[in-house]
Design a protein around this ligand. Structure first.
Ligand code: KIV
Ligand code: NA
Length: 265
């Protein structure tokens, strides 16, 4: 099978073909998504929330992100694997950013990295891209700066913030980013930004005019039934499916009906 590359994504934008992206954090799910034909798998630092149970994405470490990315890479033969650089791995200066980027690429085998932020990270983006590493940007709701904003509400609703986002997007493109995630911003703004860029935008809560869409796998599979923002479409109620299976297993063990003769040696 032909691998998806950053060039493929550029061509898809030109051709008006939408880009599909989901998160994954381990081998088994990555393999299912890859075999289903997903274009991009994001090893998101949302692993901090959905895998480790932290309230925010801040605590996850570069080592832990490398472990998740390694596992995902082993399950994938077609999709482009993008790994998040976690909080603390790139914000302090360009040299630290490049060192973290090289560690992630070398140790995990991921194909590209994602960093949150606009103009303030562009020097680091340039440096990482110069080293031959493709970078995806991430604007709008950027969970690594949650304590600066204080809420997870829609971003860039006022002109001043919208204008900043537009110039951040252009700056990231100029710095060499190959795509940008737009998270939780008005659909009209995402449409305008997408039209203004030659690189693709991938939306999450950013309307239907982005060049692609991304969701956290646990959200779209309905594994956590307590998180229901309007931008999530639930394709499964996996919480219920798994709970039903677990309850049946427990009952079968308790009643002595599992294992039966055929399930024994
Ligand atoms: O970590 C993550 O899951 C993400 C997506 C929401 C874009 O960054
Ligand atoms: Na992330």
């Amino acid at each position: 099978i032909k691998r998806i590359t950053t060039n493929t994504l550029q061509k898809m934008k030109k051709a008006g073909e939408k880009i599909s992206m989901l998160t994954a954090y381990d081998f088994s799910f990555a393999k299912v998504f890859d075999e289903a034909g997903l274009d991009v798998i994001l090893v998101g630092d949302s692993a901090s929330n959905v895998m480790a149970g932290h309230e925010t994405t801040l605590p996850i470490t570069l080592d832990q992100m490398i472990y998740h990315a390694q596992s995902v890479v082993r399950g994938v033969s077609r999709a482009l694997v993008v790994a998040d650089l976690p909080f603390g791995a790139y914000q302090s200066n360009q040299d630290i950013a490049l060192a973290s980027a090289i560690r992630m690429m070398k140790e995990s085998g991921a194909h590209a990295l994602k960093l949150e932020g606009g103009i303030e990270i562009c020097d680091s983006v340039k440096k990482i891209v110069s080293a031959g590493i493709p970078v995806m940007g991430h604007l709008g709701l950027t969970p690594q700066s949650i304590y600066k904003f204080g809420t997870y509400t829609v971003r860039a609703k006022v002109d001043e913030e919208a204008n900043k986002l537009k110039s951040d997007a252009l700056a990231l493109q100029e710095a060499g980013a190959f795509a940008i995630v737009l998270e939780k911003i008005p659909a009209d703004l995402a449409k305008e930004v997408s039209a203004s860029l030659t690189i693709p935008t991938i939306g999450i809560g950013a309307g239907n005019d982005c060049d692609g869409q991304v969701l956290v796998m646990h959200d779209m599979l309905g594994i956590n039934n307590e998180f229901n923002p309007r931008f999530v479409r639930k394709y499964l109620n996996l919480h219920q499916v798994i709970s039903t299976a677990a309850k049946q297993y427990i009952a079968d063990v308790k009643s002595g009906s599992f294992p039966n003769e055929e399930e024994s040696y």
